[in-house]
Design a protein around this ligand. Structure first.
Ligand code: ADP
Ligand code: TYD
Length: 203
């Protein structure tokens, strides 16, 4: 089973992905927890190119190519081998992030994103959890982390608001999405996620 975690910056995806992986492992499930951009040595190198530096370092079109290149390597080296070995893959962001961040919020590039995705990636998660919350709170949580990977956070609040709306529109479009209220404390969110995923694994 392939599960992706999506949402705006600071919505708690990384925290929740880690907690879900711990819970499933405790239950004896063979899990890998991975992330995008990154998740394989080559893709981690691309990660620093796209996440560091000035917001105008790359155009949206160049980013589509870089994120898709990273995803292709991640798929070849990490995701496909894990799924083939019968593992549950928990992936912090996947192709929906490109649909939102490059496809919608910085111009109307959805069609290009989807065509490149169909050509080079061609897989979708079985389940996508969308961590939804007010971008103002998300951004202040994200900014509290103090890393050098702030290129997208530096696009500002209006950008994150557009992202939130675009994620919710995708959730309406695709049945694989479940929307999670991410504005709550870590514990209740983690409990809901664990219940949901455990039920899906049993089914
Ligand atoms: P994301 O991966 O979506 O950007 P993170 O999991 O890295 O989000 O969380 C961003 C910051 O907010 C971290 O410092 C994390 O400890 C904190 N955080 C995560 N979930 C919550 C929550 N439910 N309530 C308050 N703070 C949270
Ligand atoms: P991530 O490390 O998940 O950041 P955060 O923990 O703050 O949510 O992702 C870094 C940034 O990369 C994030 O702002 C979204 C962006 N991104 C894209 O623009 N396109 C993509 O395809 C992916 C995977 C991420």
């Amino acid at each position: 089973m392939f599960i992706s975690f999506e949402g705006i910056d600071g919505s708690g995806k990384s925290t929740q992905a880690r907690l879900l992986a711990e819970t499933l492992r405790r239950d004896g499930v063979d899990v890998i927890h991975t992330r995008e951009p990154g998740g394989s040595p080559g893709a981690e190198e691309i990660r620093s190119l796209v996440l560091e530096g000035d917001p105008d370092r790359w155009s949206a079109e160049t980013e589509i190519l870089l994120f898709t290149a990273a995803r292709r390597d991640h798929l070849e080296k990490t995701i496909r081998p894990a799924l083939a070995a019968g593992k549950v893959v928990i992936c912090d962001r996947f192709a929906d992030s490109t649909r939102v961040f490059q496809g919608v919020t910085r111009g109307d590039l959805q069609d290009k994103v989807n065509r490149l995705h169909d050509e080079m990636i061609g897989v979708e998660p079985d389940l996508t959890l969308l961590f939804d919350m007010d971008p103002q709170i998300g951004l202040s949580r994200a900014k509290g982390r103090q890393t050098s990977e702030e290129r997208f956070e530096d696009f500002g609040l209006e950008f994150q608001e557009k992202c939130r709306a675009a994620f919710l529109a995708l959730a309406d479009q695709y049945a694989r999405f479940t929307v999670i209220d991410a504005a709550r404390d870590i514990g209740p969110v983690a409990a809901e996620v664990a219940t949901l995923v455990t039920a899906r694994l049993k089914a």
